[in-house]
Every structure is written in structure tokens, then in C-alpha cells.
Design a protein around this ligand. Structure first.
Ligand SMILES: [Zn+2]
Length: 342
């Protein structure tokens, strides 16, 4: 018999590295070799699991060993026990106990650090993992907006088809106080706590530089207004800021308005981040981008002009020139791309 709990609690990143996978900032090129440029394999150090957005597969450390080495469960347990010198059942071996404690300590300190930074992350990640991408949302993205599957998976786009059911589940897992604190619930006009999304939405997770989900935005499916619904009372974040992990000094970085243009940019082979709202670019954000050549792609309307000038002014304060790209005969980058069938 193997001590499964012990095997499952070996740090998944350590297991990956022992399997020869090179992990950088909790990301790696997938062991199935489908990654050409961007890594799809990611590691959740808090929950200790792995997930590949390309293969749509994930699991605990034992399952990682099974997949990478293409062996069965028992063989994977055997491999792990040997690699990490874990004997079956309880062990009186001191050095072993010491090792395990180190693993657990390491695990804890990582998750505590993250929790201090943003305690809402675990709730957002739970929600995104819990949700799938339903047919209507998929149809909207693929048929109407002509996004390809790889783009949708890269940004881990999900949807909430049945808000009542999801809210019910979220309450049972986190409790209503927690949901109110992290902006997923609000107090209604009738003084009762309600879900912020009351009709079906497409769910866009915002990954931070550690590839953790720090913010969420819902886009109502169809023509319902308002189209975009943000978390209640939580400061918005930059969409797709983790793209900075994939670009080098002096590379071009595009700044778009909103989320779908960032997806469009990606589909066109352009690295972009998204800002929600014309006046939302914070001056201090320029420090993320000092190493790159900046190009702004505003929407072709009054709001877009305002947006471009705001961003340009923020960079001007630190003496950094930026370029503004005006789109010809398209209201935004997504329309531009769809017209050109990219
Ligand atoms: Zn994969």
C-alpha cells in the first residue's frame, strides 16, 4: 500500500521538475509537445495540481507522473515513492519525516504569500475551474466573433449558463460573506445578497504576473445591457498582464481597450494587454511597460481618442514616447480582424 495522501502532497512543481519539465513562474511547455511558443502547462501551487490548457487535462502529482511517463496508477505511485523516498504507511525514518515537513512547509509558505497578496485569488480560481465553456458562449465567440479554439483556450475563457445554480454552489463552498468581500455578490435593492451576474455571461479571467487569477469580468451573452459586468467594488486590473512573461526587452507591446481586442491581437500574432474603460489607465502602470515599445490601438470613436490620449499622457510623464495606431474602416481591432478574416 502507498500512502496516497503523502504522494499527492509532494509539491507538483517538484514532481514536474523531477520528470524533466522546465518550470518557469509556474508555467511550462506541455509534455505532449503541442506548445510552439507559449507554455500551456500551468501549476497551481496552492491547490497542488497541474493543468494543461492545450490538452484540457490536469490533476494531482500522481496523475502528472502517469501522463508524462505513460504508466498506470500503481506504477506512478511506485515511481513517486522511490523518487521522493517515501515509504508506505507511517514512517519512523527521521530523515524522511524531515523531507516531508520541508515539502509541506514550502507549500505553505508559497500559498501564504499569495493569500496575503490577494485573498480573493482562491475564490476566483475556484469559480473558473468550476465553470466550463457552454455552447451558447462558444457559439458567440467562434461563430460571431470568429475566434479560434486555441485563442479561447489560451485565455481560459469560461461561461456561466445558469447563474442561479453557480451562485448556489459558490455560497455552499465559500459562504456569502466571502462572496460579498471578493465582489462576486452584492446587496440588492431588496437588501438581500445576490450574485453579480443574473443572466448568462462569458467569464474572462485576468491572470497576474504569477499566472494567478486576480480579477474576473463577465460579458452578457446576446445584446443585453450592460454588456460587461465587473466585480462589485473591486479595483479593475490589467487584462492579460502575464503576457509580459512572454516578451523580451524592446519588443512591441500593444495596449488595447477591453478584452476581446486582446484576444483578437493574440489571434493576429500580436502581444497585447487590455485596459477596461477609457479613463482607467493608472499612471503607475507605466512602470510595468518601460522595457517595451508601446503601441496603443484605441477604438475608432470619441472614447477611443480619449483613451489613447490618457495612456499617452501617462507615458509622457516618464518621458517615454508611444505610438498610436489608428484603425482604418473598423470600429475596433476585433472588427478589423473579422473583416480581414484573420
Ligand atoms: Zn498539453
Amino acid at each position: 500500500m502507498y500512502n496516497l495522501e503523502e504522494l499527492k502532497s509532494i509539491l507538483v512543481v517538484e514532481v514536474a521538475e523531477r520528470l524533466g519539465i522546465k518550470v518557469t513562474k509556474n508555467k511550462a511547455m506541455c509534455f505532449n509537445n503541442h506548445d510552439k511558443k507559449t507554455p500551456s502547462l500551468s501549476f497551481n501551487t496552492k491547490e497542488n495540481y497541474w493543468y494543461c490548457f492545450g490538452c484540457n487535462e490536469g490533476g494531482n502529482p500522481i496523475q502528472l507522473v502517469q501522463k508524462v511517463l505513460r504508466i498506470n496508477f500503481v506504477d506512478a505511485c511506485h515511481w513517486l515513492s522511490k523518487e521522493f523516498s517515501i515509504t508506505s504507511g507511517y514512517s519512523k525514518d527521521r530523515s524522511l519525516t524531515f523531507n516531508m515537513n520541508q515539502f509541506i512547509q514550502g507549500h505553505k509558505s508559497i500559498s501564504e504569500k499569495i493569500d496575503r497578496a490577494n485573498p480573493h485569488i482562491e475564490v476566483y480560481e475556484w469559480l473558473v475551474n468550476y465553470c466550463t465553456l457552454d455552447t451558447n458562449a462558444y457559439k458567440y465567440l467562434v461563430k460571431d466573433r470568429k475566434f479560434n479554439k486555441e485563442v479561447i483556450m489560451h485565455f481560459n475563457v469560461k461561461s456561466i449558463e445558469n447563474p442561479t445554480q453557480v451562485f448556489h454552489k459558490a455560497k455552499s463552498v465559500w459562504g456569502i460573506d466571502r462572496l460579498l468581500k471578493c465582489g462576486l455578490a452584492k446587496i440588492s435593492d431588496r437588501d438581500t445578497p445576490v450574485f453579480i451576474w443574473t443572466s448568462p455571461v462569458i467569464l474572462f479571467p485576468f491572470y497576474n504576473l504569477d499566472n494567478r487569477i486576480e480579477y474576473l469580468q463577465g460579458r452578457q451573452i446576446g445584446d443585453r445591457e450592460p454588456r460587461y459586468i465587473n466585480l462589485n467594488g473591486i479595483r479593475t486590473h490589467i487584462y492579460s498582464i502575464n503576457v509580459l512573461n512572454q516578451i523580451g526587452k524592446n519588443d512591441f507591446l500593444y495596449i488595447c481597450e477591453g478584452i476581446t481586442d486582446v484576444l483578437s491581437a493574440y489571434q493576429m500574432g500580436i502581444k497585447a494587454i487590455g485596459i477596461l474603460g477609457a479613463n482607467n489607465f493608472k499612471d503607475e502602470w507605466v512602470y510595468y511597460f518601460t522595457n517595451y515599445r508601446i503601441r496603443i490601438i484605441p477604438d475608432s470613436d470619441k472614447g477611443g481618442n480619449e483613451f489613447a490620449i490618457n495612456v499617452q499622457n501617462a507615458f509622457r510623464k516618464i518621458g517615454k514616447p508611444v505610438q498610436i495606431i489608428k484603425l482604418k474602416d473598423a470600429k475596433d481591432l476585433t472588427e478589423y480582424r473579422v473583416r480581414r478574416c484573420v
